[in-house]
Write a protein that binds this ligand. Structure first.
Ligand code: P5A
Length: 466
């Protein structure tokens, strides 16, 4: 993308309404614009990032064997009356009527809808196990929407629902989700710690929240510091392997780690004192097992091997996709702006032309642009007729992890400069060396067909399907 042809309305001033750094930076970097309280327009850069996160979530969901689909945002109140949640859900549910006076609601979650699709189409245990998911907008009329996309009223969620014959099978689905969520967050450059939590209006006894530690987090958390040493890394996971998924689950959840809702001071005191930590965290996901809470009232049954009809065991699992953008920025920024991890960056590198109009500088930038694009990567070329300082400021603000700076003086010696946004370190090299280095940096991040056994969406490589 050439910056002169993009739409990137960056803001110089610090927006006064934004209380936390991620909200400030998302406004300043031209990613979002508030439309009304807790509701945002996603400008091109924000939209591109949202799609990047969605791609990672899709890939990891499908790697774990889960099947994507899409539900409507508006749902009939009758379904929610069947489950008994319509009256109980309270004021967070946005309710409305159509012209015929029928009650509708904007989906805050979709347990009922998925259970309805299931009961209409599945009747035998032979079709199980089954996990369906979507990435779709949700609406919760939060009493205090705040911190930008962190606590929005309209927000993007990945929500998945598993249907299993037995509790045991459903607990494998629970563990499989826990492992696949860990992979998802790690690919986004985040450490999200699974913590015991409260199930709230979703219900059930088994639930874990995933928390990213950050001072600006809304949840108070208590944990054994040794949990932060456990990483999934690139170990090989077979998501059908019950014992392996359970093993990973136990490894990540056996140390004390709880949100304030489930915190027990007595138990926490048994953690060696040097390891006791109290901190704040951002909830970026939550998984539940709730058995037959929805399948029983909605009549979602299957015929078991013995011929008897039994309600299916279910769970649901959510990732706050739009909130994750805020969480990544909270975890990765400095006083100049955002620092995107390579796995999610909206453009792979910036190209800054120090002297637009200089024929040599222009030509060198053009060929860098072409060569990097030919690698299947997306550079952002600042070809505007602007001061170098303004160009650097924009690149630092929007946080591309790598910048190639091209100017007439360097070109006289045959070199350009490659700068890391994270460390600020620069290295002079030939343009060809810069291209090779960029290719090497992104080699593990370029999604190619045959990545695991995941089919790219709509037959195109994931990073271009938007
Ligand atoms: C699981 C999926 C559920 O709704 N039903 C379907 C279950 N879980 S949850 O924990 O309530 O929400 C899942 C994730 O969505 C994000 N989230 C939000 N993000 C932005 N603004 C909000 N107001 C908001 N509310 C929830 C969180 O990341 C949460 O973990």
């Amino acid at each position: 993308m050439r910056l002169s042809r993009y739409f990137l309305p960056v803001i110089k001033e610090t927006p006064s309404e934004a209380k936390i750094v991620s909200h400030r930076l998302m406004l300043r970097a031209g990613m979002i614009k508030q439309s009304s309280a807790g509701i945002y327009s996603w400008l091109p850069l924000g939209f591109k990032l949202l799609r990047k996160l969605e791609n990672i979530v899709h890939e990891e969901q499908q790697r774990a064997g889960h099947i994507p689909m899409l539900m409507p945002t508006l749902q009939s109140a009758d379904l929610w009356r069947e489950s008994g949640r319509y009256d109980g859900y309270g004021e967070e549910m946005l309710r409305m009527q159509d012209r015929h006076g029928r009650d509708l609601l904007f989906s805050p979650t979709a347990e009922e809808m998925f259970t309805d699709v299931f009961r209409a189409n599945v009747s035998s245990y032979k079709d199980l196990p089954l996990t369906l998911y979507q990435i779709q907008w949700k609406f919760r009329d939060e009493i205090r929407p705040r911190f930008g996309v962190m606590r929005g009223r309209e927000f993007l969620m990945k929500d998945g629902y598993n249907f299993d014959l037995t509790k045991e099978d459903a607990l494998h689905a629970y563990n499989r989700h826990l492992v696949s969520y860990l992979r998802t967050y790690e690919r986004m450059g985040l450490q999200a710690i699974p913590m015991r939590a409260d199930s709230g209006p979703i219900g059930g006894d088994y639930t874990h929240e995933f928390l990213v530690l950050a001072e600006t987090g809304e949840s108070e958390v208590f944990y054994d510091s040794r949990v932060t040493d456990i990483k999934l890394g690139d170990r090989d996971i077979n998501f059908d392997d019950v014992a392996q998924c359970q093993g990973v689950m136990e490894e990540f959840t056996s140390l004390y780690a709880r949100t304030d809702e489930t915190h027990v001071a007595d138990e926490f005191s048994k953690v060696p004192e040097a390891n006791q930590r109290t901190a704040r965290g951002i909830e970026v996901g939550q998984i539940f097992y709730f058995g037959t809470t929805y399948s029983e009232p909605l009549g979602a049954t299957v015929q078991g091997p013995d011929g008897a009809k039994t309600p299916v065991h279910m769970g649901s699992h959510g990732i706050g996709v739009s909130r994750l953008l805020g969480a990544i920025i909270e975890a990765s920024h400095d006083d100049k702006g955002i620092i995107w991890p390579e796995g999610v960056t909206p453009f792979h590198c910036g190209i800054v032309n120090l002297k637009t109009g200089d024929s040599e500088a222009d030509a060198a930038c053009e060929s860098l642009y072409k060569e990097i694009t030919a690698l299947g990567l997306e550079p952002l070329y600042d070809d505007r007729d602007e001061r170098a300082g303004a160009k650097f400021g924009t690149m630092d603000l929007i946080g591309l992890p790598w910048r190639i700076t091209v100017g007439p003086r360097g070109l006289k010696n045959g070199v350009v400069e490659l700068t890391s946004r994270r460390t600020g370190e620069s290295e002079e090299m030939t343009p060809a060396q810069a291209v090779t280095k960029i290719a090497k940096i992104y080699a593990p991040h370029v999604p190619v067909k045959g990545h695991g056994d995941v089919e790219p969406m709509s037959g195109r490589s994931f990073h271009t399907w938007m």
